[in-house]
Every structure is written in C-alpha cells, then in structure tokens.
Design a protein around this ligand. Sequence first.
Ligand code: SF4
Ligand code: SF4
Ligand code: SF4
Length: 307
Amino acid sequence: MSEKAILFDTSRCTACRGCQVSCKCWNDLPSTLEKNGNPSTGSYQSPMDLNGDTRLLVSFHEEVGGDKGVKWAFGRRACQHCGDAPCVQICPAGALAVDEATGLVSVDQSKCIGCQYCHTACPFDVPHYRADNGRIEKCTGCIDRIEQGLDPACVSTCQPEALKFGDRDEMVALAQERVGYLHGKGYPDAVVYGEDEVGGLHVVQVLKYGVVPHGQIENPQVNPMVGLSQIMKPVTGAVTGLTVVGLAAMFALGVGYKRHTVAYNPETQDTVDVATGEVVKHGDGQDTESVREHILENLPKKGGSDE
Ligand code: SF4
Ligand code: SF4
Ligand code: SF4
C-alpha cells in the first residue's frame, strides 16, 4: 500500500458536522453535554475543543473579513498524522506508531500508560486524556477501516466531498489544483496546508482564507525536549516504566515547572531526588503500575506550579 492522506477542502465544507458524528459512531465514543462556549454569546462549535471523548472537531471561526464579506471559516481539529510524528518519538510505552503501509499514526490503547507526554509533544495539541480508562484518545486515521478497503468514517459521510481519501501524492495534487482555482475566483490567500509541515502531514488541507483564519498553526514547531528524550531513552534503559521516570525528570526540567527533579540510577535501579540525593523510589517494585502512579502524581500541569 502506498502512503495515504485525508484531503480536507474548507472551500467545500458546510460545517454540517457529519464527519464529527460519524467518527463518534464508528469509534463508539460518547457525546457529552456541555454549554457551547461563553453562555452569553454561545457558539455553533461543540464541544469547544478536543477531549477524551472527541477525536474530531469541526471548528467555527467568525468574521474573517476581506472584500468578500466573509463571516465564517470552518476548520478541522484532529490528528494531522505528521510525517515526523513527535508523539511517536516521545511515547515511552510504544503505544503510538507510524503505520508503515500508509504513514498514518495509530494508537494501541492497551500499551498506553496515560503519561500524556504525547500531548505535551504534539505541536497541534491533539492527544487528549480519557478519564474513564486512563488512556490517550486521538484519531487513528481509521486504519481498521482502511485495511478492509473502506474510507475513514469521517470521509465516507461527507456529502459535499469536502473530505477525500487516497494516495498522498494524489491528494496533494488535488489540493494544489483547487487552490489554483480559488486564486482565480478571487481568494488570493487560499493555500495548501500539510505538504511540508512537521515532515509532511497525512491530512492535507485547502485553506480558503489562509492558515490562521481556519484555526491552523503557522509554521508548527516541535518541542525541543522531544529530541533530548531520544538521548535520554538509552541512558534510562529499555524497561518502559523506568524510562518513564527518566522522561518525567526531563519534562520537569524542560518546561521549567517548579517541582522535585528526579533521576533514574541505572546501576541501583533507584529513582533519586536530584537536589537531596534521597531515594524516592527503590528499584524493587518499580513495576509499570507503580511507575505510572508516580508519573501521574508528578505530571507537568499546564498553566501552573504544583508546589
Ligand atoms: S461532513 Fe464534510 S461538510 Fe460536513 S462538517 Fe465534515 S467536512 Fe464539513
Ligand atoms: S498531530 Fe499530534 S498526535 Fe497527530 S501525529 Fe502529529 S504529533 Fe502525533
Ligand atoms: S479518520 Fe476515523 S478516527 Fe480519524 S477523524 Fe476520521 S473518523 Fe475519526
């Protein structure tokens, strides 16, 4: 099988959210009830962001402006299936993997330990923690369907053909052709997104009004800690749980959160507090579950200190 991609053409999307519903149906994900954004203004977008129950979200962006009097630009929030997927590189448990046949990034939830490093590493803020099973949730590209010769569930439901699936080269060519057409129709900011970003994405997009108006990120960058973690892995050894402790220390240092800095000693197999030298966890009994608990207790929390 050759490299594949989903093509999302915002100039054809009506924001019906059929794709969002189809994703939930195929993947047996619940739809939780919540208010749509600010209660006084409301929003057509629901939920307001990806969460542990939602792998795909149609985003609504208002009042883009311009001489066409644009009021709405729609977007797709989901895994972009990066060519150089940092989530795969950072995952200490091997739960995320690039499918060699298609280039899509899959998740094996049975291997996931819930450490959420993939969330920290993802330039698009995609993987989200699923509270009911303590695992990570994200789009898998519907590899289970593709292997049966079917299109991804989201693609199969899209009536105006804003979503297509096929060989990546072909999807890129279709996107370029469409952007050329849009330029001719008076949309000079139309652009192809995903051709080269993060090693080339496997979700290629036609963004009618440019990158930012559709909620996408201009020049997405990978957290430099992802590269350092590759150095740290051989040092901390091959056992998943122990590697996780090493990475916990790396992220604590990398993001500058105020917390105890721990390190793994491969000789004694103990985890020690770097500042005091005190053993915080002895080598004995460092099974996957106990290390997982330790990581969850010490997880970097966005937007605040834990001490
Ligand atoms: S199903 Fe198609 S038209 Fe409807 S929101 Fe999804 S991409 Fe847009
Ligand atoms: S978009 Fe995020 S979760 Fe998806 S492959 Fe890229 S880094 Fe991984
Ligand atoms: S490819 Fe499958 S898992 Fe991914 S967004 Fe579409 S329906 Fe959901």
